[in-house]
Design a protein around this ligand. Structure first.
Ligand code: ADP
Length: 265
């Protein structure tokens, strides 16, 4: 066990998993994120809420350097994962994304079998020494994503043959398979029906036992249901960040109050 994990165990949730300071993001001349500071706790669900276009997805994508793939995008400031700067020249973004996994709005399984979807990450990162080990990783990941019972007899069938909710859980299994510390979820239920949404929300609640989860959602009800911490963004600013219960019942900032009571958005 490394020092950071020992410390986390000793002091519980006190050490932030991710610590961001003075983060600014521009797309060309558009100033999308303005001087954001936030400390994202370990082993909890943190929700990002706010009106469309306020910068939630942009900030989420800073946390595993997904914005590196957008030419016009410039990120400044400091983002530490376990106290290490993820924008340091030494950091390989591909390795970083194995530690900080991501799940997108629309389920996007690879056009491959269920097994291969989950085995892909562990294979390219050399995480399994044998076929037996790879089988174990695939099974454990599918179990953690609450998909093993439905998938175990059809591992060689295409992932795209699953229902929408199952495909999203397959994408969660794929993200889990590289043993990340953090899971980023960008509106993971927006393409799902209410039953599949409820199942994924239940799963998110279970995932926080093993992972630090950050979820962008346009649904305040969803944020209230699944998260312990909530960050409210408005016009590129992080207006307020605190316990979910406090944000929804007793916000400090009038802009937060206007949003949660439906006056802006
Ligand atoms: P949210 O997730 O809160 O809806 P976004 O992070 O998607 O907000 O967008 C924040 C701002 O950045 C918006 O003004 C949006 O138009 C702009 N933006 C987002 N993605 C891009 C991009 N790839 N290129 C240019 N501008 C972008």
């Amino acid at each position: 066990m490394n020092d950071m994990r020992l410390m986390e165990r000793a002091v519980g949730h006190d050490i932030p998993k991710i610590s961001a300071k003075n983060v600014q993001v521009h797309y060309g001349d558009t100033h999308a994120i303005k001087d954001v500071d936030i400390e994202i706790p370990s082993k909890m669900v943190t929700a990002f809420i706010g009106p469309s276009g306020c910068g939630k997805s942009t900030f989420l994508r800073c946390l595993n350097r997904m914005n590196d793939t957008i030419d016009s995008c410039r990120v400044r400031g400091e983002i530490l994962l376990d106290n290490e700067d993820i924008y340091d020249a030494k950091v390989d973004p591909v390795q970083l994304r194995a530690k900080v996994g991501m799940v997108f709005q629309k389920p996007n399984p690879f056009p491959k079998s269920i097994y291969d979807n989950v085995a892909y990450g562990p294979k390219i990162h050399g995480l399994a020494a044998s076929k037996t080990e790879l089988d174990e990783i695939v099974e454990n990941s599918l179990r953690k994503a609450a998909l093993w019972d439905q998938a175990k007899d059809r591992l060689n069938q295409p992932g795209t043959g699953l229902s929408g909710g199952q495909q999203q859980r397959l994408c969660i299994a794929r993200a889990i398979a590289t043993s990340p510390d953090v899971l980023l979820m960008d509106e993971p239920c927006s393409a799902l029906d209410p039953i599949a949404t409820a199942q994924v929300e239940e799963l998110i609640d279970e995932l926080r036992e093993n992972f630090s989860v950050v979820i962008v959602t346009h649904s305040m009800q969803q944020a209230a249901r699944v998260s312990q911490k909530t960050a409210f963004f408005h016009l590129g600013n992080l207006v307020e960040f605190g316990e979910t219960n406090q944000i929804f019942t007793n916000p400090d900032d009038p802009r937060t109050e206007s949003y949660i009571t439906g006056r802006i958005g």
